[in-house]
Design a protein around this ligand. Structure first.
Ligand code: SAH
Length: 616
């Protein structure tokens, strides 16, 4: 390009100067050539330029247009041999200099020299030139020479796709949340510094992309990194090893923190370590966009549905913009309710609210972990990377506060909750939780907490039932006439123990009533069981609400006690396996027409509604 420009300049000089026409063709072209190269090489009329080009992971598809243009405009290309080979087919430069891995500094010096001589020079880096690449070195060399943008040669850093991004794309979406890159090369950085960075990143729950993880000589660094990470993260933490992303020898391994060293890791590998929320899904590594902050008892995956995530209660961790203090979402809502100008006044008041330990269970509640403030965490992180000796007793990764959602009841049959249990429940729920009484005769509890397991332990110790919420099997029994009809209670409890809390496509209610009166309306549940004359009647597929509500279909009478649970299990498992996500039980029965050996019958009583006398 630059050569062409000079060609045009020289041609027009020839055009203007008549005397030059006296030259023969050979003389003309010789003179022109000398002039062009004089202008180009001699830096007579123009300064040179350096492009520092990141060419991405290595294939043609992932190099930017600007990078290709820069390479094609350059008459001098310099880079590490392997990289030069990757882009050689794209360029026509007269000079291509490939150097060894350790010659970055001399490469940068040489590039500056060439540009000062009027050349257009491209210095290339894989990925992005500003990430462990040549950009910084080029600037360092220039600065040493007193370069400024106004007086010196032109410099353009052309961005490229760095390994953290190219490798992440091949793994799924592991880098969705706050992340960092750490180079494990202690060639230019002392290991003690690298070690502290790993520690700080591990503690602060960053997704980490390790560059330069291992080479022929450097083998211990990645093992040390693993050891440090295991102090803070679960051995199951997903890890992706991507070798030569988007190159011919690309290789992807999904593993975990405990087993990552059992696989091949080399110079061309990037090691991506997930954070505490990262999970595997269908051969992919996914880090959720934010912390889910939900803990549902018995759920393997703790996820908010999209509409739930958008609510304020789902964000108890938000940092208040005005006061700079972290508050719970509930405190925030209270503060907003509290006054006309919530931004100024009431916040402080609410944020200092303390929950007194409960007299009845003081020791247990005191065991709930204390929350660390953002400031404390920041101090800890700073201490980790400063040169001061680090107190290791506080080096524990911040526990993540979740909204723990569950149901509580005094029992399957028992409907009496004691004052003592009530007190414990109230204290556990505390200032920040909510307690809602539901039509299913139980409390629906939501508590922001870092220690859901501890809460379950405290409540169960006091004799309360703690049950999962959501799309699970719930069992709702009658009160058995307060013990007068207690015979069948053990069967109800057995159903609870065997199937209660089972995860299903949609919530499913099993109603269990202890006599033929069925006054707790078992026949209006998804599955109704009525105990009568030492045997069971079974009803399935009620539609309990809506304009087309109807009772369940009676499908079996006089079932023997030992037949009940196997039959129930069969019905529930068929539904679990074959229903669409979110498909209610009655809809499923209506669609498939058969569950176990029971055939569907339309129980909706379709009465013709008479036309209203005044129709319009
Ligand atoms: N400037 C480059 C990084 C150079 S450091 C960039 O932004 O990507 C060299 C390290 O980068 C390698 O050890 C490896 O960890 C990583 N890397 C570079 N290219 C890669 C690729 N195609 N696949 C996987 N890792 C790569």
């Amino acid at each position: 390009m630059r050569t062409q420009i000079w060609q045009v300049v020289v041609d027009s000089i020839f055009f203007k100067c008549d005397f030059l026409y006296k030259f023969s063709d050979t003389q003309t072209s010789f003179v022109k050539e000398v002039w062009v190269s004089f202008f180009l090489e001699g830096n007579v009329l123009s300064k040179g330029k350096i492009f520092v080009v990141g060419f991405g992971p290595g294939d043609r598809e992932h190099i930017t247009k600007r990078a290709v243009d820069a390479l094609q405009q350059s008459n001098h290309i310099m880079g590490y041999k392997t990289y030069v080979d990757l882009i050689r087919h794209l360029v026509t430069a007269q000079t291509i200099v490939s150097t060894g891995m350790t010659e970055e500094v001399s490469r940068a010096q040489d590039a500056v020299k060439q540009a000062e001589a009027g050349n257009i020079v491209a210095v290339i880096s894989s990925g992005d030139a500003g990430v462990y690449g040549m950009a910084g070195l080029v600037y360092e060399v220039l600065i040493e020479k007193g370069w400024t943008e106004a007086t010196g040669i032109e410099v353009e850093v052309v961005p490229g796709i760095s390994a953290i991004n190219s490798c992440a794309s091949l793994l799924g979406a592991p880098v969705m949340h706050d992340s960092c890159t750490i180079s494990l090369s202690d060639h230019l950085t002392p290991w003690t510094v690298i070690e502290k960075r790993i520690e700080a990143a591990a503690m602060a729950d960053f997704v980490i992309a390790f560059y330069n993880p291992k080479s022929g000589r450097r083998t211990r660094q990645i093992a040390e990194a693993q050891r440090i990470l295991l102090k803070y993260r679960s051995p199951d933490t997903p890890v992706g090893l991507v070798k030569s992303a988007y190159r011919e020898s690309q290789n992807i391994v999904l593993t975990n923190l405990a087993e990552m060293l059992d696989h091949d890791i080399g110079m061309l590998t990037t090691v991506v370590v997930g954070n505490s929320s990262t999970f595997f899904y269908d051969n992919k590594i996914i880090t959720p966009r934010g912390y889910q902050r939900k803990y549902t008892l018995g759920d393997e995956k703790q996820v908010w549905k999209p509409h739930q995530r958008l609510k304020k209660e789902a964000e108890p961790w938000a940092l208040d913009q005005e006061t700079g203090e972290a508050q719970s979402g509930y405190e925030k809502i209270e503060a907003i309710k509290a006054g006309p100008n919530p931004k100024i006044e009431p916040l402080k008041e609410v944020s200092v609210t303390t929950v007194e330990p409960v007299p009845v269970v003081p020791t247990k509640l005191q065991q709930l972990p204390e929350k660390k403030s953002a400031l404390e965490m920041a101090r800890m992180a700073l201490a980790c990377i400063s040169n001061e000796p680090v107190k290791t007793d506080f080096l524990v990764q911040q526990a993540i506060e979740s909204i723990f959602e569950f149901a509580v009841s005094p029992g399957v049959a028992n409907k009496i909750i004691t004052p003592q249990q009530m007190k414990v429940l109230a204290d556990v729920v505390g200032e920040n939780g909510t307690l809602e009484y539901t039509p299913d005769h139980r409390f629906h509890v939501k508590i922001p907490t870092e220690a859901p397991e501890k809460i379950v332990e405290i409540l169960r110790e006091t004799g309360l039932y703690v049950l999962p919420m959501g799309d699970v099997l719930n069992i709702k029994a009658c009160d058995f006439c307060y013990g007068e009809k207690a015979e069948s209670i053990p069967y109800a409890e057995e159903i609870m123990d065997t199937l209660g809390g089972l995860k299903l496509p949609k919530e499913l209610h099993v109603g269990f009533n202890g006599c033929g009166m069925a006054c707790y309306r078992a026949v209006f549940d998804d599955i109704g069981i009525v105990y009568r004359k030492k045997k069971f009647d079974l009803f399935i597929g009620a539609k309990p609400v809506g304009r087309t509500a109807h009772a369940a279909q009676p499908v079996a009478e006089g079932l023997e006690p030992d037949e009940l649970i196997p039959l129930l299990t069969k019905i529930v498992e068929e539904y679990k396996e074959h229903a669409h996500p979110n498909e209610r039980f009655f809809k499923y029965f209506k669609r498939v027409k058969k569950i176990a050996h029971f055939t569907y019958q339309d129980m909706s009583c379709k009465i013709k509604v008479e036309e209203a006398p005044c129709g319009d």
